[in-house]
Design a protein around this ligand. Structure first.
Ligand SMILES: [Mn+2]
Length: 236
């Protein structure tokens, strides 16, 4: 069994209005049972933990401890095989705390696969990381103050700036990802980050996005490179 599952963007938080996970942990553990039973590896492709919505800014390490203690069974599962954890931008602090990597490259048969969350594309990540982190922190407060409409407006602007679209030919994020695939000599580039699940061919490169398991969604990728199967699922 060489099949690989990919999930990302769970945004597991403290619960309450600023937590966008919106699953019952018991339900989500059943989904994890299903993945563990059917796949040799399960890639956790970043933004697993929500540490940017801490109450005080720049308290991400403490927040990581808190959100893991709020979801203890899920946290314990994710520390063991078959999980491969790659951090994103909302759980960047785990690069320091857990030495989580920012990519995973593997070869199955003749297929080279490259996994990375995708925040390295964002202009504010490259030029003003504090601005993106401040935005997420402020977003958490908007949600705590029940200002969901204001939050959604900012969230829309953020997505527009990011340039992610579901149509491959119009998607700047996909163009960036395909460039990463070329420079890393990968056949398949797998990202998360945009919360838009996608499977799109770009010439000899395949772009995959694992979508999101936040907001009560169960999106995952099922990769069986030996059979040439790369599928996005939105139910299980
Ligand atoms: Mn992200």
């Amino acid at each position: 069994m060489s099949a690989i599952a990919v999930i990302s963007d769970l945004h597991l938080g403290r619960r309450g209005p600023a937590d966008s996970f919106r699953h019952d942990d018991a339900d989500f553990l059943r989904f994890l049972d299903f993945l563990e039973g059917n796949f040799a590896s399960v890639v956790l492709l970043g933004d697993v933990w929500e540490t940017l919505r801490c109450r005080r800014p720049r308290a991400q390490a403490a927040e990581l401890g808190v959100v893991r203690s709020v979801h203890p069974e899920i946290a314990a599962r994710f520390r063991q095989p078959p999980y491969h954890y790659i951090h994103g931008n909302h759980d960047l602090v785990s690069a320091v705390v857990d030495r989580a990597p920012d990519y995973w490259a593997t070869t199955v048969g003749k297929t080279h696969l490259y996994f990375t969350h995708g925040h390295a594309y964002d202009w504010h990540w490259q030029r003003a990381r504090w601005l993106g982190e401040l935005g997420s922190w402020a977003g958490g407060w908007l949600l705590r103050m029940r200002m969901r409409a204001v939050f959604k407006t900012f969230d829309k602007i953020d997505n527009r700036v990011r340039g992610a679209r579901s149509e491959p030919e119009r998607c700047a994020f996909q163009r960036w990802a395909v460039g990463v695939a070329r420079s890393r000599e990968a056949d398949v580039i797998v990202t998360g980050h945009t919360h838009i699940g996608v499977r799109a061919e770009h010439g000899d490169k395949l772009f995959l996005n694992s979508g999101s398991c936040s907001q009560g969604e169960f999106q995952y990728l099922a990769l069986e490179p030996s059979q040439g199967t790369f599928a996005l699922h939105t139910t299980w």
